[in-house]
Design a protein around this ligand. Sequence first.
Ligand code: KIV
Length: 290
Amino acid sequence: MAYLKPDRPEKVYVPALRKAKKRGEKLICLTAYDYPTARIVDEAGVEIILVGDSIGNVIHGYGNTIPVTLEEILSATKAVKRGASRALIVSDMPYGTYHINEDQTVDNALKLMKDGGAEAIKLEGGEHRVKLVKRLVDEEIPVVAHIGLTPQSVHKLGGYSVQGKTTETAKKLIDDAKMMEDAGAFSIVLELVPREIAEIISSELDISTIGIGAGSACDIQVLVLHDLIGLTFGRLPRFVRQYADLRKAMSEAVTSWMEDVKNGNYPSKEESYGLPEKVDIEKIKRKAVG
Ligand code: KIV
């Protein structure tokens, strides 16, 4: 079965997720916020690119996702769209862009799709978003739900900790996931959820679960690309496996170039441009040019 394998360059659309789940095929999602990273992860074969509001932490240095604006996600989505030709592009609805009323939410989601090129949107929340998700789906906007740790609720939650650690809250996660499926979401992110609960949700739902810090039973795994490649600052969460150290590589490259400039080793003759022979450089030096 090679339907979604990277060597088959078919564009990934929403229905492909359900088909892959039925076949038991694991899919991959990574974040990207710009043209080069979108192009790299798309060419590597990831099936879903999330233009996540983690852009607030990773790119803008805000410290959390609260200040991220629709314009920032819109601009990032446009760049990602230009870089990715195969992956399904999902854009996050930033904090405050789906909180006022349904009409404004639809308007904002349509901007991400029409102006940005998003093919689906993601928003945070469970039961209290049921009506909103239904409305978006009614307007032909594909929705990814997001439960468990919802970083836009950082102030309410008081930090970034594993959710669903009591019988009641674990049961609530399962109920919320089912409600999101019934409301029409085509997929659901489970963030920082105990693996046993993610396993129950993944087996009970027909839609795909996208896990981050939620164990291996999820249908799709997602990570923040910059965590994976070592381009973030601070302590990494325990679920992140870092595959490269780009911070170190970048720092070494910059330091080497600085040394070369200071030692007179850059630029070399080959890295600069000479005058054509017909130009009389001596005349110029003698200031003898009219
Ligand atoms: O914004 C983001 O990157 C996300 C993932 C962590 C799922 O929401």
